[in-house]
Design a protein around this ligand. Structure first.
Ligand code: G16
Length: 567
């Protein structure tokens, strides 16, 4: 077949002021990305930030298939072709989970990838879209690159594109298309969205054992699971791994497994509020032993036991850390250090101390784990925001977390609740909760954070005793968290206000970096109990919650009486 000969053009443009990436890429309303040149500008700035490395490079492109993915991918194809990219590897229909992109970047050893997702944020024409760049280790771009991209967006005057490159239906069909653009070869390869990732999971886990767990054996009844893809991208991976490979029932063990571009108008965020539907299903049907939900792009997970027994992400991380030796990948590669984001409860720290492993506390954002993994010092990490993962890739990985949990269950021959109870008996329990106040007015949220800044440096705050419901807590320290990366020594400042009490309890305040409008206030509340491990978390934490709202004067600054989400 003859290769079409095409020429690129330069298009004049002007900067947009709001293209600063947040915790994980640029997330805005779809209508913002649809504005003339908005998407084009941001893509061109990603490419400009890569400089001469881009010439002749290969990139992976795909996302959770949310509304606006296809036009965005077509734009990326045309702009990449004009910017001397040699090849794009794209998932069929534009579909790749975020972990799958990370795995592909690593396996193909390419320069990086562009992930089209706003993760757990709702999708559809009225909701959110997102673009993020992942670097050659497969992880989200570090701050330095994101800051560079942002700087460029404030000055951009032109972008390059090949308007005559015909993209119509290109991503729908598997195969390779070749073009000659400005005398250079440019290739687009459309690949199967799941094959590579499924093969990786088969290398990491013992699929025979997992199949026996799910199907049952002569000695053990089937372990009844219910996995909820929440109409997000994991549906295709769940069907492949759990139904086809592990023998789960397509009717009874999985739900909402067809990815929809608006996620069926739900909020694809696996927590007790937005995945309530799954929680209710497990409560109604006591034959389910296990439940799990994933977010839109497949990097988050929520783990539930029988009767919807909830496992906090912080506890999930600690339990996995304590049991990694039953997973073939870790048997082969060993277990190096553990890490968690700062607001995540410190349950895993206790496991690290007992097992004699290095333990790291990083700011919120998966990008902060990458250097430690690349340096061979980190094997398992997690965040309270329902992210868990290992050094098999450089993104958090929802399906991996479920396969890891099922491996532990199979190995211990115990249910979720019993595993947790045994864990707390050994280590004590870090009670944890997060209160979210979503879409608060930005001005009020900023004023509240400023008030807290002033409070923690005020005379006598450290040493003060705060009381609620007959409980008292003495402030041992307070600061705005800053982090020095142990590998490249880069510094991340202002990562959240911490009030640390003498008994180890903590209050943390942050503004979310993943919303697309207004501000989301997050308050993280944690205490530790050595022996009293079976009390309801909300009851146990009530005095600290009261103190947190009181010292922040949350109602005064935000007008809010109640949080929108409690996890
Ligand atoms: C992203 C990041 C996570 C972070 C989370 C919440 O997750 O990858 O590391 O914990 O946002 O961030 P924030 O508290 O700033 O909203 P995702 O799943 O949205 O990509």
């Amino acid at each position: 077949m003859s290769v079409p000969k095409l020429e690129s053009v330069v298009v004049q443009t002007t900067p947009f002021e709001d293209q600063k990436p947040g915790t994980s890429g640029l997330r805005k309303k779809v209508k913002v990305f649809m504005e003339k040149n908005y998407t084009e500008n941001f893509i061109q700035c990603i490419f400009d930030a890569l400089g001469c490395k881009l010439k002749g490079a290969t990139l992976v492109v795909g996302g959770d298939g949310r509304y606006f993915s296809k036009p965005a991918i077509n734009t990326i194809i045309r702009i990449a072709s004009a910017n001397e990219v040699s090849k794009l590897i794209i998932g069929q229909l534009g579909i790749f989970s975020t972990p799958a992109v990370s795995a592909l970047i690593r396996q193909h050893k390419v320069l990086g990838g562009i992930v089209l997702t706003a993760s757990h944020n709702p999708g559809g024409i009225r909701h959110d879209f997102g673009i993020k760049y992942n670097i050659e280790n497969g992880g989200p771009a570090p701050d330095q690159i994101s800051n560079n991209i942002y700087e460029l967006t404030t000055k951009i005057t032109q972008y390059k594109t090949t308007p005559t490159l015909e993209t119509d239906r290109m991503i729908d069909i598997l195969g390779t298309s070749k073009f000659n653009v400005d005398g250079r070869e440019f290739t687009v390869e459309i690949i199967d969205s799941t094959k590579n990732y499924v093969a990786l999971m088969k290398e990491i886990f013992d699929f025979n054992k997992l199949r026996a767990l799910i199907r049952g054996t002569d000695k053990r009844p089937a372990f009844n699971i219910l996995l909820d893809s929440m109409n997000g991208v994991t549906g295709v991976y769940v069907r492949n791994i759990f139904v086809e490979e592990l023998g789960a029932s397509p009717d009874n063990n999985v739900r909402r497994v067809v990815p929809l571009d608006n996620f069926g108008e739900i909020h694809p965020d696996p927590n007790l509020t937005y995945a309530k539907d799954l929680v209710d299903k497990l409560k109604e049907n006591a034959s389910y032993d296990f439940g799990a939900a994933f977010d839109g792009d497949g990097d988050r997970n929520m783990i539930l036991g029988k009767n919807a027994f909830f496992v906090t992400p912080s506890d999930s991380l600690a339990v996995l850390a304590n049991n990694l030796d039953c997973i073939p990948y870790f048997k082969k590669n060993g277990v190096h250090g553990f890490a968690r984001s700062m607001p995540t409860a410190a349950a895993v720290d206790r496991v690290a101390a007992k097992l004699g492993k290095e333990m790291f506390e990083v700011p919120t954002g998966w990008k902060y784990f990458g250097n430690l993994m690349d340096a061979g010092r980190l094997s398992l990490c997690g965040e309270e925001s329902f992210g868990t993962g290992s050094d098999h890739i450089r993104e958090k990985d929802g399906l991996w977390a479920v396969l890891a949990w099922l491996s532990v269950i199979e190995h211990k021959n115990m249910g979720v609740e019993d595993i947790l109870k045994e864990h707390w008996k050994t280590y004590g329990r870090n009670y944890f909760s997060r209160y979210d106040y979503e879409e608060v007015e930005t001005e009020g949220a900023n004023a509240m954070m400023q008030h807290l800044e002033n409070l923690i440096v005020s005379k006598d705050f450290v040493g003060k005793t705060l009381a609620s419901n007959c409980k008292t807590y003495k402030v041992a320290n307070a600061d705005n968290f800053s982090y020095v990366d142990p590998i490249d020594h880069s510094v991340a400042k202002n990562q959240g206000i911490r009030v640390l009490f003498e008994d180890g309890s903590r209050l943390i305040y942050r503004l979310s970096g993943t919303g697309s409008s207004g501000a989301t206030v997050r308050i993280y509340i944690e205490c530790y109990e050595k022996d009293d491990v079976l009390t309801d978390a909300q009851v146990m934490l009530r005095p600290l919650v009261n103190i947190s709202l009181d010292i922040a004067q949350l109602k005064k600054f935000t007008g809010r009486e109640e949080p929108t989400v409690i996890t």
